[in-house]
Design a protein around this ligand. Structure first.
Ligand code: FES
Length: 320
């Protein structure tokens, strides 16, 4: 799928980064420079026959000839990672979005604390690279099963070698246990900024440990929403621009109903975490189940993530 803003790229290199994780290098097919991006950014990748998936850019930010992605093979996933691991070849052409960023680095912070689990390191890598290049203080607590399954260890060691930060590794299969998230968060200075990305249980523990901190200093990115999707149905969805109405039945999400009706809505993760499908709400009360909107955005009642959220009111009017 090519859109006016998409970039046509070629797979320049595929390399096994660690057990089950592929490092993918992309370059423009016309040899031009790729757009610069900020730490924490991702791109949406349109995959042949597997829809669109979002992947973090793992290189340190800046203008580059290539983008690097880190992709873990998810055997039970929706097929995007399997396409890369089983079908992708060097030289394959792909369409990607320009870089987007919903997970920003507060690079002016006096100290930054990162907590990562497994492939959750990918959005944090560019942040750590940026801080290392600026000489700003950081620490990373990285949990993985064992050293073989720790992706991008060499990159992290390079960043630590600048002297700006340190990496604390926790290999559960080697008897080092898991990071004590309560203790890590509890010992962070009030003006430090804290970041977490990893499995749901890790992020839940992080959010709980950080609940007394200023929300501005707490940042996390989920791979899946902590809440079950709203598929109870039983309400009417109305499109404000042309007035069309759709009954949302039990078992379907709002996004399912829109796509089946041929309404053009962007989407990517289908799990309530990337924000690609975000809609503006004109009228009604959304039943928020996503892991993307902030508490303030939920309270404002004017936005909806239709791949997983529903409606508490009998009618929901969206800006489509
Ligand atoms: S498609 Fe990712 S949040 Fe809906």
């Amino acid at each position: 799928m090519q859109t006016a803003s998409s970039l046509s790229v070629l797979i320049r290199q595929l390399r096994l980064e660690s057990a089950g994780v592929l490092s993918v290098e992309l370059e423009r097919d016309d040899g031009a420079a790729l757009p610069a991006y900020e730490a924490g950014a991702h791109v949406d990748v349109h995959l042949p026959g597997a829809g669109t998936r979002s992947y973090s850019l793992v290189g340190a930010p800046g203008a580059f000839a290539t983008y690097h992605l880190g992709i873990k093979c998810e055997a039970d996933g929706r097929g995007g990672s399997r396409w890369f691991h089983e079908s992708a070849r060097v030289g394959d052409r792909l369409e990607i979005s320009p870089p987007k960023n919903d997970f920003r680095l507060a690079e002016e912070a006096p100290h930054s604390v990162f907590i990562a689990g497994g492939i959750g390191i990918t959005p944090l890598l560019s942040m750590i690279g940026r801080l290392a290049s600026l000489g700003r203080s950081w620490e990373l607590h990285f949990a993985a099963r064992d050293r073989r399954s720790m992706p991008f260890e060499a990159h992290l060691e390079q960043h630590a070698a600048t002297g700006s930060g340190r990496v604390v590794k926790h290999f559960s299969a080697e008897g080092q246990g898991r990071p004590d998230i309560q203790a890590i968060v509890g010992s962070a200075a009030a003006d430090a900024h804290l970041y977490c990305c990893g499995p749901t249980g890790m992020i839940d523990a992080f959010v709980e440990a950080a609940r007394h901190r200023s929300p501005d200093t707490v940042h996390y990115e989920r791979f899946a929403s902590a809440e079950a999707p709203a598929t109870e149905g039983g309400f009417t969805l109305q499109l404000a621009r042309d007035g069309r109405c759709f009954d949302v039945p039990p078992g379907k999400s709002i996004l399912d109903v829109l796509l089946e009706a041929g309404v053009d809505v962007p989407y990517s993760c289908m799990q309530g975490v990337c924000g690609s499908c975000r809609l503006s709400v004109i009228e009604g009360q959304p039943d928020h189940r996503d892991g993307y909107l902030s508490d303030n955005e939920r309270a404002a009642n004017d936005a909806l993530i239709p791949c997983c959220s529903g409606s508490l009111s009998p009618r929901l009017v969206v800006d489509l």
